[in-house]
Ligand binder design. Structure first.
Ligand code: SF4
Length: 266
């Protein structure tokens, strides 16, 4: 009787199908330090400009790589920038332990407490009673409804007194972000929304984090370039789109959580 192993394709003398796929790893930066310094100066100018124009600017951090660049640039920025742009996060109740650990890392590294906004418990319980714990896998509508309760409503509360807000989105992250401007209008709130890293590459983000010894989410070392809620995020394979692990069961053009609704062309 032939063994199962003998039927598995063999490459270079090894059993190829038993190897786990290579996962995403941090990209290498091929540019010069001078070019990176230009990017950093531009970023500092953008942040100073926002802090000078607005009294109650807010930065919504997901605690992932891009947002750690902005967190670092704000918290090590001028006193006006550090005091003028408040950093908060949406603690959805479904985050990885590694993501929550970033809150402590920031506290230790910068002496700064990132404010947490949590979902309305009654709304969460009603959703769970009606739909079950992981109903977001069943349809885009149920997924958006979960994001609405756990992310969008807390975001609305976080921004209720803000006169501008800011994100770490980049153009090259997804088809839905290809035309991302530095400044846009958040139509639903009637305030400006800034994307100061819109023109940054993934390699520049990682070069910055390394150069400034910025604390990062441990999941990045496990193949996660982009990180959201635990049940809706997985590691991605080398060469895959960096947001392929977010809501991986949905089509590319619906992959936004409602925080950046204007990215989706209706
Ligand atoms: S990302 Fe997933 S778990 Fe998190 S709020 Fe959206 S649907 Fe719910």
């Amino acid at each position: 009787m032939s063994s199962v192993i003998s039927e598995i394709p063999v490459v270079d003398g090894s059993v190829s199908s038993l190897r786990p796929p290579a996962l995403w790893t941090k990209p290498a930066y091929a540019g010069t330090i001078e070019a990176l310094e230009v990017k950093e100066r531009e970023l500092a100018e953008r942040l100073s400009g926002i802090a000078a124009r607005f009294f109650r600017a807010r930065f919504a951090t997901s605690l992932a790589a891009e947002d750690m660049v902005l967190t670092d640039a704000i918290l090590r920025g001028s006193p006006a920038v550090r005091a003028g742009i408040r950093v908060f996060t949406l603690n959805t109740g479904r985050l990885h332990a590694e993501t929550l650990a970033v809150l402590d890392k920031v506290e230790t590294h910068y002496g700064y407490t990132i404010e947490q906004f949590t979902p309305d418990q009654e709304a969460v319980e009603n959703y769970l009673k009606k739909n079950g714990l992981n109903a977001f896998y069943d349809s885009v509508d149920l997924r958006k409804s979960c994001c609405g309760i756990r992310k969008v409503e807390p975001l609305n509360r976080a921004l209720s007194h803000a006169d501008a807000w800011m994100t770490g989105q980049r153009r090259e992250q997804a088809v839905t972000r290809a035309e991302l401007p530095f400044e846009e209008t958040d139509e639903s709130r009637g305030i400006p929304k800034f994307n100061p890293l819109a023109d940054w590459t993934e390699a520049e983000v990682w070069a910055y984090l390394s150069r400034h010894n910025v604390p990062v989410n441990a999941l990045h070392e496990k193949g996660y370039p982009s990180i959201g809620c635990e049940p809706c995020t997985r590691a991605v394979k080398a060469g895959e789109d960096v947001r392929a692990g977010r809501w991986w069961w949905e089509s590319k053009d619906s992959k936004e959580c409602g925080l950046h609704e204007q990215n989706i062309k209706h």
